[in-house]
Ligand binder design. Structure first.
Ligand SMILES: NC(=O)c1ccc[n+]([C@@H]2O[C@H](COP(=O)([O-])OP(=O)(O)OC[C@H]3O[C@@H](n4cnc5c(N)ncnc54)[C@H](O)[C@@H]3O)[C@@H](O)[C@H]2O)c1
Length: 259
């Protein structure tokens, strides 16, 4: 799919990977709808990207009504939806049993599943319905592309990551069946499983901790770059019509150990 003049929804677009993706897609000529809970940072992103290329929609990805209203508003504002990139997410940490033997509160587990997994599905399903109204475009006759964000934790979750790893494993698991569901409409579904990316969350850690994380990366020995590496892959997936139903690890060859 040629990104130029297409409309992209980017969830979590107020920060980190989503923010970088919104910027890069706008640079490539797309119109970008930023879906995020964080009103202030969302508005700030639009101001920096340019109000002619981006718009902010205050959305809670876990709410069916919030997402349905926002996708309708995007169609009214920009004329359709062609690309949906789900980056909204949280990364909680809690062991199954605390050091005192207390079971992890169930709400901690449900919240991570609800935001990371249910939220991604929620936006994807409503975006797909909007994409179904598009005229087929390009050599393949595509109507849309959905890209979800998993994590290497889907494969090698760390201590304290049951909820996070399960939510990301769910993203990996739904990629193929959703691609199969939407194939008759010419809508592709892909997932990216990032390793350790240089987002504000990681950059805020002490240098020693960052160095220890980087030591596990094979090559290149650095944090992943939100714009060049992550958003660059988003652009490639959007443009390469033969990529479908797969999760791509984006991690410099890292395989997380048990500690
Ligand atoms: N940063 C990394 O190293 C890394 C690695 C692997 C996977 N990931 C995944 O990539 C995604 C983005 O991570 P990031 O580092 O950019 O995080 P981030 O915290 O910088 O950004 C996440 C954004 O999601 C928004 N958000 C959270 N809950 C929401 C909700 N219910 N509705 C709408 N918006 C909501 C937040 O407001 C925030 O702006 C996450 O799914 C994360 O699990 C990140």
């Amino acid at each position: 799919m040629d990104i130029k003049n297409k409309v992209a929804i980017v969830t979590g677009g107020a920060s980190g990977l989503g923010r970088a993706t919104a910027e890069v897609l706008a640079q490539q000529g797309a119109k970008v709808a930023i879906f995020d809970l964080n009103d202030e940072r969302g508005q700030q992103a639009v101001a920096e990207i340019g109000a002619d290329k981006a718009a902010f929609f205050a959305v809670d990805v876990t709410s069916d009504q919030s997402v349905e209203q926002a996708v309708d508003a995007v169609v009214n504002h920009f004329g359709g939806v062609h690309l949906c990139v789900n980056c909204a997410g949280i990364c909680p940490a809690a062991r199954t049993l605390s050091r005192d033997g207390e079971p992890m509160p169930l709400s901690g587990f449900s919240t991570a599943i609800n935001i990371n997994l249910v939220g991604s599905f929620n936006v994807a399903r409503v975006a797909a319905a909007a994409m179904a109204n598009n005229e087929p475009s390009g050599e393949a006759g595509e109507r849309g592309v959905i890209i979800n964000t998993a994590s290497v934790a889907a494969y090698e979750g760390q201590i304290g990551q049951t909820a996070y790893a399960a939510s990301k494993g769910g993203i990996v698991g739904l990629t193929l069946p959703m691609a199969r569901d939407l194939a008759p409409l010419g809508i592709r579904v892909m997932a990216i499983a990032p390793g350790i990316m240089g987002t504000p969350m990681i950059k805020a850690m002490p240098e020693k901790v960052q160095d220890a994380l980087v030591a596990n990366i094979q090559f290149p020995k650095r944090l992943g770059l939100p714009a060049e590496d992550f958003a660059g892959l988003v652009v490639h997936i959007a443009e390469n019509a033969y990529l479908n139903g797969e999760t791509i690890r984006l991690d410099g060859g890292i395989r997380m150990g048990p500690k």
